[in-house]
Design a protein. Structure first.
Length: 335
């Protein structure tokens, strides 16, 4: 079983069956009894809409487990759902994690998976899994560059011969873009909006680079007006949302440039020939490939299915276990 344990979404791949689950990484908990009321899509609908005794939590922040018990509950729930309620003979699990996490954070992921019923837990760095999932020839002695923009982290890596030559992980990604929109609406329009609304704005009219139909991208945003304290509707345009997201986008571009500066010359030549691969949910932001290409002067390709790259990579590793055994960055065994 391959799992992409993401800040925003969790995806599960089962050998022979493909991707069997794609749900938001959200758990709704009853505060009094400490029991989960909903997990995944149902829990996401409750974000910002719960009564006092119910809280909707995201157990992962910046790509790592922030709430261990809730993360373990969520993993158990997803593993059970994948097996249609049957208790599975302890599966072998491969989990994609950000490359910049600490040893303690790695152990927390392994521990959560073990407690959820895994026999063997293998960890694979997300950029390596994303590159395998996007179909890059990571086993060959050529340079491949991948940028994986998730919910909590952006991973930039140069890969060759099944290994990571260079990698940089910045804790600025999709969530920070939404937060930037949130503070912009508060500062400029005096409007308080929730996480979900900020995400909708980003998806509907957000862009990273000026586009032809920019002026036509408008959206009515509903929220609470700060001055009057009453609900209000404000019309926002695409260009102002792009301006709102400029700061976190600059952090991502700087990380890409820093990685390119440190790349050995032979591999740099390969990257110029082959281009840069963009994966993760952040790759779906309109114009992001154009912005990176403009800033670096290198062609940027968006993966065919950016959201599924990491989980597809974990699945390919499972199915070609012996050939790709060198890609793991950690493992634990339970007997």
């Amino acid at each position: 079983m391959g799992i992409d344990l993401g800040t925003a979404n969790t995806l599960v791949y089962v050998s022979g069956r493909g991707i069997v689950l794609q749900e938001p990484s959200v758990v709704a908990m009853d505060q009094e009894n400490k029991v989960p009321l909903a997990v995944g899509e149902d829990a996401k609908k409750m974000l910002g809409r719960t009564p006092g005794n119910v809280v909707a939590l995201r157990p992962l922040r910046d790509g790592v487990i922030a709430d261990f018990d809730t993360a373990e509950l969520m993993l158990k729930h997803f593993i059970r759902r994948v097996n249609e309620g049957r208790t599975l003979v302890s599966p072998r699990i491969v989990i994609g994690i950000p490359s910049g996490v600490t040893g303690v954070e790695r152990r927390a992921v392994m521990e959560a998976a073990s407690q959820a019923g895994a026999r063997d837990v293998y960890l694979i760095d997300e950029p390596v899994a994303a590159a395998i999932g996007a179909g890059l020839p990571v086993a060959e002695p050529t340079g491949n560059m991948i940028i994986d923009i998730g919910g909590g982290t952006t991973e930039v890596a140069v890969l060759s011969l099944q290994g990571t030559v260079l990698s940089e992980s910045v804790r600025v990604a999709g969530d920070e873009l939404s937060d930037a929109i949130l503070s912009y609406m508060k500062k400029v329009h005096n409007l308080v909006i929730g996480e979900r609304t900020a995400e909708e704005i980003k998806i509907m009219i957000g862009s990273a680079y000026p586009m032809d139909d920019d002026s036509e991208l408008v959206m009515d945003v509903r929220g609470l007006h700060l001055l009057s304290g009453l609900p209000r509707t404000v019309m926002v345009k695409g260009p102002e949302i792009r301006e709102a997201m400029a700061e976190p986008l600059t952090v991502i571009i700087e990380a890409v440039k820093r990685t390119l500066e440190r790349t050995p010359p032979e591999l740099a030549a390969d990257i110029i020939d082959r281009g840069i691969m963009l994966a993760g949910g952040g790759a779906l932001l309109k114009g992001l490939d154009t912005l990176i290409s403009h800033e670096t002067g290198i062609v940027v390709h968006v993966a065919a299915d950016p959201l599924s790259c990491v989980v597809l990579g974990t699945g390919r590793v499972l199915e070609n276990f012996k050939q790709l055994e060198r890609v793991f960055s950690g493992r634990s065994r339970n007997f």
